[in-house]
Design a protein around this ligand. Structure first.
Ligand SMILES: [Zn+2]
Length: 310
């Protein structure tokens, strides 16, 4: 069966920001036409919001590899290119003027990365695991340096700009991913990180924000703390005029000012429980029905294409 109705494995994990095991679940939801559950919890020790209990690593890998496309839409190339132009606008003052090397971690189709060469003389590299997209990289002038995010520390290369755009929120252990990335940085490397901003979550949040592939829902305070333990934050915005829903950080390998971790459990808990209560049942139902239609459409068009190929 293509969409899984089998029993899936879930297990509880510690808070990825403060390692506490004290949490409260604030939302249980389900992906339509499947047995996938989304468990959203808040850490009682620091207020970070993350998926817990979490789908087992094996089931999560299978979802990303086989089912992601049925549940979540693919973007237009022009939209991706526009989003990558934001990266240049935010980083250009920190980049060298001569030819630069760029690594995109979780580069997807590579279209965004490739579009940067319109504005810069750049050597393009990527880390990406999806087989269907990486086969196009060589014709796009992109070198694939690894297909495995767990293998980063074995890569013997340094880059001028490392992009981690909407990737960190997919990581079960964001701090260890950052530690691994330090191996690819020299003292001038700029690391660009952008993630969805918890404080700008778009409604209805149970469908549009708390989605299965996102394991972390960072606030600016929590991510600042986590990043400042490993790197120096040279600039950051919890949303700017280019994109309000996206917070971003520019980082260097030096030791910078450590940002203390404060406990936002009460604020975050009251705020998100109240939003979830207030979201209208009618709008939730409409989004749920739209989602079902989307999954059926993607499923049917995928199978129609396969039948036509035969
Ligand atoms: Zn915590």
């Amino acid at each position: 069966m293509l969409i899984p109705f089998k029993k899936l494995e879930y297990h509880t994990i510690r808070c990825p920001v403060c390692t506490s095991d004290d949490f409260e679940q604030i939302l249980k939801s389900k992906l339509p036409l499947s047995t996938y559950k989304i468990n959203i919890s808040i850490c009682k020790s620091c207020g970070h919001i993350y998926q817990n209990p979490k789908l087992s690593n094996a089931d999560e890998y299978k979802f990303n590899k086989d089912f992601y496309g049925y549940f979540y839409g693919s973007k237009k190339d022009s939209e991706t290119e526009k989003e990558y132009k934001f990266i240049l606008d935010r980083t250009k003052e920190y980049l060298p003027s001569e030819k630069i090397s760029i690594l995109d971690v979780g580069a997807g189709t590579g279209i965004g990365l490739k579009s940067l060469s319109k504005y810069l003389d750049a050597e393009l590299s990527a880390i990406e695991s999806q087989e269907t997209v990486i086969q196009n990289y060589s014709s796009m002038g992109i070198s694939l340096v690894s297909t495995d995010f767990n293998n980063i520390k074995n890569i013997d290369l340094k880059f001028d700009l490392i992009i981690l755009r909407h990737t960190l929120e997919h990581s079960v252990n964001p701090e260890s991913l950052i530690i691994d990335l330090k191996h690819l940085m020299n003292s001038d490397t700029v690391l660009y990180i952008a993630v969805p901003n918890l404080q700008a979550a778009c409604s209805p949040i149970r469908f549009n924000f708390f989605i299965l592939p996102h394991l972390q829902y960072f606030s600016h305070d929590h991510l600042s703390h986590l990043l400042s333990k490993q790197l120096k934050i040279i600039n950051s915005q919890p949303g700017d005029q280019l994109c309000k829903g996206e917070m971003w950080f520019l980082l260097k390998r030096d030791v910078g000012k450590k940002i203390d971790l404060k406990n936002f459990y009460f604020q975050n808990s009251i705020h998100f429980k109240s939003i979830l209560r207030q979201e209208s049942k009618v709008s939730n139902l409409m989004v749920y029905l739209k989602k079902i239609m989307f999954v059926v459409y993607k499923f049917a068009s995928h199978h129609l294409k396969r039948t036509n190929k035969r």
